[in-house]
Design a protein around this ligand. Structure first.
Ligand code: NAG
Ligand code: NAG
Ligand code: NAG
Ligand code: NAG
Ligand code: NAG
Ligand code: NAG
Length: 478
């Protein structure tokens, strides 16, 4: 897996240069005749060859290098300038009012759709100018939408009358010939956008340089119920979204650029009306979820009470080198088998909670300052019956806190659960690891190695069976 990831990253930075591969028969621009005939040839493959030729022959005089992209841009430019004329006609109230509508809204539809078409044409130009092949499908969508606009307008006009009608129909015809031609010139990508090749990485980039600019869009694009890992590379940036990975999005892998570079951030909270469960910035129900080098945070603040950064209710979920930051209820390890390696987890109250069977290895667990009159609690495990195999096992981690915070243990509610809970310590070292002054609850134990063994990765979550293939490091035993 590790090598796979490295290989995949290399392909991510491969930028596509299509002007060279897609150059059309580029005859010398010094020879006018051969240039014209080359354009004529090229235009033969478009739906409106004459309109194409009329538009492109101008490119010779302005000495544009003859390749498909330049022809495409030139054609779009013509479409835009034709569309501009229609805008004037629309705004010239006299002419447009000449239309006698049979169906109410005909002209309103045409004007509104025309505005949308203008914006689609402009967006297509900018996508194509980006020189980035993965933006071509966008351009294709915009131009397809524009053609739909024309048809909708014409449908309304069909029953209308008035002297402006033929002018308008004619003008629409002119504009959209160039739109159709442009659409036919967009280089076809080999694969349709909605077909997914599992060996391919889906890239999310907040700055628009990836396949998607939000993580949610990438998740919804990902195949349902995949048996293969679906790798989503989330480029450095701040993603302000509540990301949901539903149960039918299995084997999703989120790879960031580092927990100091890729941030998923949200601020839902119980005080603002969400359930604790639904407040999560990243909510994972899909089995086989993996994440690496990402920060997930809930910035609601301590005054908003329960406000989850990460909720995981997915089996075989593992996170490596991630930061999970919040205040109350930061990490909701809700259910199933979970593994966190070399992660930073910060919060104030109950900031690791839930009823999963979960192991933390080599993590920093960092208690932050709560509000005045609040106290801090690191774990709040919520097993209901002794038959469950759930629990929180913290191994080789640093438990840290700011200097102002007092140490100690706190009961959940009166003496509830003090006999049935199980807190065990084994082999801790460093400041605060002395066990002499611990609580005297029946459920508190300093463990022998035989007891500690029950909480190893091997025993508790049968980790080897599902973590080997992830490439994440782990320690199976004590
Ligand atoms: C390309 O140009 C050459 C020479 O000008 C010509 O022989 C050939 O037929 C052209 N090809 C196409 C596809 O137009
Ligand atoms: C994502 O972008 C890359 C690079 O442009 C491209 O090769 C790939 O086909 C795109 N994937 C999807 C799913 O659109
Ligand atoms: C995936 O499943 C969801 C929920 O059933 C459904 O809405 C969506 O259309 C499915 N996507 C695909 C690509 O089948
Ligand atoms: C909460 O998040 C929303 C959406 O990300 C954002 O628009 C809003 O500004 C945030 N509020 C605060 C107080 O940060
Ligand atoms: C303990 O954690 C440190 C990092 O905090 C890591 O380098 C080391 O490999 C871990 N050892 C074990 C046995 O997990
Ligand atoms: C560990 O497992 C053994 C064998 O099942 C059991 O006897 C012992 O009580 C367990 N210890 C703890 C602390 O769970």
């Amino acid at each position: 897996m590790a090598t796979t990831i490295i290989k995949l990253f290399i392909t991510l930075y491969f930028t596509f240069s299509f002007s060279s591969t897609l150059a059309v028969n580029s005859s010398s621009t010094t020879n006018l005749d051969s240039s014209l005939s080359s354009i004529r040839n090229f235009c033969r493959s478009t739906p409106y060859p004459d309109a194409c030729f009329d538009s492109l022959k101008l490119s010779i005089s302005i000495n544009i290098s003859p390749n498909i992209l330049n022809y495409l841009l030139q054609t779009l430019d013509t479409a835009l300038s034709e569309a501009g004329k229609l805008t004037n006609a629309f705004s010239d109230g006299g002419k447009a009012n000449d239309i006698v509508e049979k169906q109410r809204g005909t002209m309103q539809d045409c004007k509104e759709l025309h505005e949308i078409t203008l914006s689609s044409l402009k967006k297509s130009v900018s996508r194509i100018k980006s020189g980035d092949s993965k933006q071509l499908p966008d351009a294709r969508s915009y131009l397809s939408a524009a053609l739909t606009n024309k048809n909708t307008c014409l449908e309304g006009l069909d029953s209308a009358s008035g002297s402006f009608k033929p002018v308008l129909v004619n003008s629409l015809g002119n504009i959209y010939k160039h739109v159709s031609n442009s659409l036919s010139m967009i280089p076809k990508s080999e694969r349709r956008r909605d077909e997914y090749d599992p060996s391919e990485v889906i890239t999310v980039a907040a700055d628009g340089t990836g396949n998607f600019s939000t993580i949610n869009d990438a998740i919804s694009f990902a195949p349902n119920n995949s048996d293969d890992r679906v790798i989503i590379y989330v480029k450095g940036g701040v993603y302000e979204e509540n990301v949901e990975i539903p149960s039918y999005k299995t084997n999703i892998v989120l790879l960031g650029d580092g927990n100091d570079a890729t941030f998923i951030t949200g601020n839902r909270s119980v005080v603002d009306g969400w359930t604790t469960f639904r407040s999560a910035t990243l909510a994972v129900s899909g089995e086989g979820f993996l994440a690496r080098d990402i920060t997930i945070e809930n910035t609601a603040g301590p005054a908003k009470h329960q406000a989850v950064a990460l909720r995981v209710n997915a089996d075989f979920a593992a996170l490596y080198k991630c930061s999970i930051n919040g205040y109350q209820d930061t990490l909701y390890a809700h259910s199933f088998r979970q593994f966190y390696r070399e992660c930073d987890i910060s919060g104030t109250i109950d900031y690791i909670f839930g009823n999963a069977v979960v192991i933390f290895q080599a993590c920093n667990i960092i208690t932050r300052m709560p509000m005045a009159r609040q106290f801090t609690v690191i774990t709040a495990q919520s097993r209901d019956t002794p038959d469950e195999n759930t629990g929180i096992s913290i191994q080789n981690c640093s438990i840290l806190a700011t200097d102002e915070l007092p140490s100690g243990w706190t009961k959940w509610s009166k003496d509830e659960g003090l006999d049935t809970l199980y807190y065990g310590e084994y082999g801790n070292y460093g400041p605060g690891s002395e066990t002499e002054n611990r609580v005297d609850w029946t459920g508190y134990h300093v463990m022998e190695i035989e007891d500690a063994y029950n909480f190893t990765l091997s025993e508790l979550i049968t980790g080897e069976a599902w973590l080997d293939s992830t490439g994440f490091p782990y320690d199976a035993g004590i």
